[in-house]
Design a protein around this ligand. Structure first.
Ligand code: IMP
Length: 436
């Protein structure tokens, strides 16, 4: 049975939560493979809304085991609060959640460092969830892992080692320094969180492998998006993890040979949060219209998202880097009634035509997007459950995207609810594709 990666094809916020929730109906395990509480996945069922930051979007299905993989960075307090919120709704039964003992832990000094950095020149506009500094600790081999929370002397040693490096930096930037009592409290809190988390901590990669080997449907859930990937995104305006499909293999501990399908999620337009070049960004008044129509405010930070035209050239990059088999197009309903629609088909940089955006931030800021314009449509389409039930304009828009991007449409989302979906190809189905 298939192992499927679901990956963001843009700058995050593509609607992965809804798509994962929908596909998870047929999955037995959903695994988050990277990032941390910088993600915010909004799940809507019958008008009821649940936002998860760490727990995988399969959580609404009682038969799904939810795994936080090795590649994640976990803030223990956020996780404990989220587990409690899920349990209050009768979700996450005993044994349903596994948190990798090898995932790294975000501790208060990561927040201190990030807050200080984001207040200085060169700020990225991060989500301020401690993500970057935690991945720095990991790469520096000084990180505290989930397993260390249950080893008091090791935990203390690691925290002291980290503070030895971080406090002088904070001091040199004129930031307030924690005193001994605060540091002791930090360690005690981490230990307590470790005790509370102990029942859900395990060898995530072995659990995922066992599920894959026994033929279960396994979904590897990406966070953020391709253009925020540390290697393949618009560096330095990126997150600090491997968000692309390759990151699913390392982050979840699944061999590339085990992957059956990769599905890329794209909004029917484009958004970006935080700083960094965004060539298809709309003018402020128009962006505001789309922002309101699409409710484009960060699920984690509440920040207004920047809105822009669909960038088919960037999607082409996502198809290439992730090896996308199919696209799931979300928020098609938001496009309705917005007049003629522009789609970026390529770039001009220094007189040269490019079929993908340049990834160097300076070059991307200088590159000129080239657009085609297509007709919009005014007819309501939320009730559509088959492609043929969509207005002709919407169908033509979908066909244009497939042609420009070079990948078929597997799913189209026509509204926020789980049911507001046209499923053209189910990656967990064994039947052949329904769509040409
Ligand atoms: P960080 O991941 O908090 O370090 O933020 C780095 C960059 O990634 C910033 O531009 C954030 O706005 C962006 N980012 C991180 N997570 C998300 C997300 O889930 N959706 C959209 N943007 C994100």
């Amino acid at each position: 049975m298939p192992v499927v990666i679901v990956v963001g094809a843009q700058w995050g916020d593509e609607g992965k939560g809804k798509v994962v929730d929908l596909l998870a109906e047929r999955a037995e395990m959903v695994v988050r493979y990277g990032g941390g509480a910088n993600a915010g996945h909004t799940l809507v069922i019958g008008g009821d809304k649940l936002v998860t930051h760490l727990v995988p979007s399969g959580v609404l299905h009682r038969h799904v085991r939810c795994v936080l993989g090795d590649g994640m960075v976990v803030d223990p307090r956020v996780l404990l609060d989220e587990i409690a919120a899920c349990r209050q709704r009768g979700l996450l039964a005993d044994g349903q959640l596994i948190v990798s003992s090898r995932a790294h832990v975000i501790l208060p000094y990561h927040h201190w460092l990030e807050a200080a950095r984001e207040g200085r020149a060169g700020a990225i506009g991060t989500t301020r969830r401690g993500i970057g500094p935690a991945y720095e600790s990991k790469a520096a081999r000084r990180g505290v892992r989930v397993v260390d929370l249950a080893r008091p002397s090791r935990l203390r040693e690691l925290v002291e080692q980290n503070l030895d490096e971080i406090l002088p930096i904070l001091r040199s930037w004129g930031r307030p320094e924690p005193g001994r009592p605060e540091i002791d409290r930090l360690i005690a809190d981490a230990e307590r969180a470790g005790q509370e988390l102990a029942p859900v901590v395990g060898d995530a990669a072995r659990a995922v492998d066992a599920a894959v080997r026994s033929g279960k449907n396994v979904l590897l859930e990406g966070a953020q998006g391709t253009l925020l990937d540390i290697d393949h995104g618009t560096y330095p305006f990126v997150t600090s993890s491997s968000t692309v499909a390759g990151g699913a293999c390392t982050g979840a501990g699944v061999a590339p040979t085990r992957i059956d399908h990769v599905v890329g999620i794209s909004k029917a337009y484009c958004t970006r949060v935080g700083a960094g070049p965004f060539p298809t960004e709309m003018a402020p008044a128009q962006a505001e219209e789309w922002r309101v129509a699409g409710q484009e405010y960060g699920a984690t930070t509440g920040r207004p998202r920047r809105c822009g035209w669909l960038d088919a050239a960037a999607l082409r990059l996502a198809v290439r880097v992730n090896g996308l088999d199919g696209i799931a197009l979300t928020k098609l309903d938001v496009v309705r009634g917005r007049g003629r629609i522009r789609v970026c088909v390529g770039y001009r940089l220094d007189g040269v035509s490019l079929d993908e955006p340049p990834l160097d931030a300076g070059e991307l800021a200088r590159a000129e997007p080239e657009y085609v314009e297509v007709d919009g449509w005014g007819e309501e389409s939320r009730a559509a459950r088959r492609l043929e039930e969509l207005p002709p304009g919407a169908r033509a828009y979908i066909a244009t995207i497939e042609r420009l991007v070079g990948a078929p449409m597997w799913l189209v989302s026509v509204g926020p609810d789980r049911d507001d979906t046209i499923l053209l190809r189910d990656p967990f189905a064994s039947s052949p594709p329904q769509h040409p």
